[in-house]
Ligand binder design. Sequence first.
Ligand code: ADP
Ligand code: GLC
Length: 477
Amino acid sequence: MKKILFVSSEVHPLIKTGGLADVAGSLPLSLAQLGQDIRIFMPNYGAIKYNREVHKKCTLHIDNRTIHILETKLPDSDVIVWLLDYPDFFGNKGNPYVDEHGHSWINSAERFALFSRIAVEIAQDRAHLDWQADVVHCNDWQSGLVPALLSIEPTRPATVFTIHNMAYQGIFSQETFQQLNLPGELWNHHAIEFYGMMSFIKGGIACADHITTVSPTYALEIQTPEFGYGLDGLLHHRHNELNGILNGIDLEQWSPEHDTRIPQTYSAGRLAKKLINKTALQKHFALPENESIPVIALISRLVDQKGINLVIECLESLIDYPMQFVLLGSGDKELEHQLKNLSYLYPDQISIKLGYDEDLAHLIEAGADLFLMPSLFEPCGLNQLFSQRYGTLPIVRNTGGLADTVVDTLAETIADQTATGFVFNEPSVGALLETVKRALLIYANSKVWKQLQKNAMKKDFSWQKSAKEYIALYKTL
Ligand code: ADP
Ligand code: GLC
């Protein structure tokens, strides 16, 4: 049994902006079920929604700041969550990272440097919590300084740094570094210095004992210039201490058999019932209620990574086909605007909901026929996993975790019942369009379609397997 401090800047259901929160809210549960002593550490944001009791555990003084650590538990579990309580930095009610215009909070570096420093105090049992970590498992740039800071301690726990997305690195100026009152010895290119700037993510990559990312294919991709954002050389240099472990999904929340957020539960053996959700979805999106028209869906942060431009261009050509398209997302204002315009032009076929809505995300997964993920890159991706569980066949680009989890529909994969979706290579409108058309053609053959749905629904995306891989890794450190 290991004592693991799991450090994450977001944890579902307390706060979520993307898949990191899903992972941080479900992997620790699985690790706990497998007998590990795990504590989650995250900031106490003003926007957190608590559904368990919260109480103060201790008080620390750092740089003339008085910081409290609060304790709560993950819902329906005994997994302890420690929260860094410092309202001057984290008290506002907005998004954890950006203001209402999508710009990073002006004090991002200070916020997450403090977060990392307190994580180190907890890990070293200097926070009056009477708990000494064996392993500190950090996630993404917000906790990238933790392995760096621990690397200069005389004795310390082992460190793992998981990369969920190389596109977000936490890069700041040298002046900011000086203001943060961090140990000067970290300012070198073997630690956090990155071409004259300070890089939080580099702290994790350069200094952790082991690096993981969230799919085997992404672990290879980030060692190339196209996906490595200037850190591909370092990642390649560390390839013996780098591997990919696929994300799982929380089957308590994401199972069509007992999902309480959808109008009608169903299973692979009772697929006809899925149609009740389809009609409810069409109604919700004010589209004609017609069971036989294929509904293509997309749920996403609207950012470049997700290939939304390809979708927008592709939709114009798809309008001549019998199909409906629904999208739930928010992000880039220009993309939001273009999508809304399309829905005004083709109100019977395209319907867009801007915003963040978890209940609606469940209805979409349950009601749609196809799910689009034409990502330019995708470290793992969770929606293609949810989609397969719900018999909503994903159309994905052959990259990262999408490549590792979706099996393309070909003559041979239909025959051996392994096909679970549709995969294309080139990040081009032509390739996406051709693949959507291919999927629509197969949709017309209900016998084959049903078999594909069954193939997808029986796949095991539970956390069990991956959690065991993490435990095996912790043991080697
Ligand atoms: P990423 O972390 O890059 O955003 P993932 O596929 O790993 O991508 O995870 C995204 C998570 O966020 C999924 O759980 C998805 O359902 C959810 N999500 C994204 N946008 C929305 C939204 N607008 N409303 C509800 N859930 C959303
Ligand atoms: C990131 C990635 C996504 C991944 C998620 C959880 O946000 O973009 O692909 O699934 O983290 O690991």
